[in-house]
Design a protein around this ligand. Structure first.
Ligand code: C2E
Ligand code: MG
Ligand code: MG
Ligand code: MG
Length: 281
């Protein structure tokens, strides 16, 4: 351990931890006021329909810009928000904003557009969750079938009974369910059927080494076949190169998303992209 490496090491190590704890405390305190100070925005990453080669939806990705801390990524602040009990409040804001935005785009003529929103497991198991989703839909006048909620395997498996019930209720509202980062968790076959999921999102880590890695091509192909056989839609995440897109186009994958098509965009820039109606061949 650090202690055995001499006094200097030990002290350096503890100062570092102290710094980290202080930063986390600072982030926590700033997070508590982020909604009222209007420091959150959503970015939207286009999702491409492989068959039509057009933009068919957006994934809402939360951005936080604090005066003192600058831009902090969701991989940093979402786990902290979960830990300090803020994730429901933040998640509600995200849901309302994303539904409202999608309705605006529908009204502007893009009435086919799907909106995907990431959910934390803490939101799914909240007693009020179904009400929160319903309120976001009613307030925005968006039909449930144009909202897709992205959940992760770990979120579902930790709360399987509650998850099954909540998903049942969401499906009655027409809301779609996607399994995010698929392949990185346990990927148990039995719950996939039980849970009535609509879509698998293949994790970026499998796409990264395509086409070079035979293992990753086999894994990706197996996930796509699994989705096909279970009658689920499937999206490839993290497409960065033409070769990767070529590969997924050669399979029966339904949709693709990644920097190759577009980084996450502001709402204005997403609208500019829609107006250009690009095709990604
Ligand atoms: P995710 O849901 O898997 O989102 C995909 C992440 O990969 C996003 O990072 C996106 O910007 C990034 N990405 C997309 N295409 C590419 C690509 O081609 N290459 C690379 N290197 N990256 C790509 P981001 O926005 O930093 O979000 C990270 C994670 O934070 C998300 O992963 C999601 O788990 C979480 N998150 C974001 N917004 C929310 C939210 O509103 N609520 C909750 N609960 N979680 C959120
Ligand atoms: Mg996601
Ligand atoms: Mg993902
Ligand atoms: Mg992720």
């Amino acid at each position: 351990s650090a202690k055995h490496e001499g006094k200097g090491h030990y002290r350096y190590y503890s100062i570092d931890l102290d710094k980290q704890a202080k930063l986390k405390l600072k982030i926590s305190n700033k997070l508590r006021r982020a909604i009222e100070l209007e420091e959150f925005t959503l970015n939207y990453q286009p999702i491409i329909d492989i068959e039509t080669q057009e933009v068919k939806g957006a994934e809402a990705l939360l951005r936080w810009n604090n005066k003192e801390l600058g831009c902090v990524g969701p991989d940093i602040f979402i786990p902290i928000a979960e830990e300090i009990g803020l994730i429901n409040e933040i998640g509600n804001w995200v849901l309302r904003q994303a539904c409202w935005q999608n309705k605006q785009w529908h009204l502007a003529g893009y009435s086919y557009l799907m909106m995907s929103v990431n959910m934390s497991s803490k939101q799914l198991v909240n007693d009020d969750f179904i009400n929160v989703v319903n309120n976001a839909l009613v307030k925005s006048q968006l039909e449930g079938s144009y909202l897709e909620l992205e959940l992760t395997e770990t979120a579902l498996l930790g709360n399987l009974e509650i998850a099954i019930e909540q998903i049942y209720r969401l499906k009655k509202m027409g809301v779609c369910i996607a399994l995010d980062d698929f392949g990185t968790g346990y990927s148990s076959m039995s719950y996939l059927v039980k849970l009535k999921i609509d879509r698998l999102k293949i994790d970026k880590s499998f796409i990264d080494n395509i086409p070079h890695s035979e293992d990753d091509r086999i894994t990706t192909h197996a996930i796509i076949s699994l989705a096909n056989n279970l009658n689920l839609q499937v999206t490839a995440e993290g497409i960065e190169t033409e070769e990767q897109y070529k590969y997924v186009k050669s399979t029966s994958c339904n949709a693709a998303q990644g920097y190759y098509f577009s980084h996450p965009l502001t709402a204005d820039n997403f609208k500019f992209l829609l107006d250009k109606s690009p095709t990604f061949s």
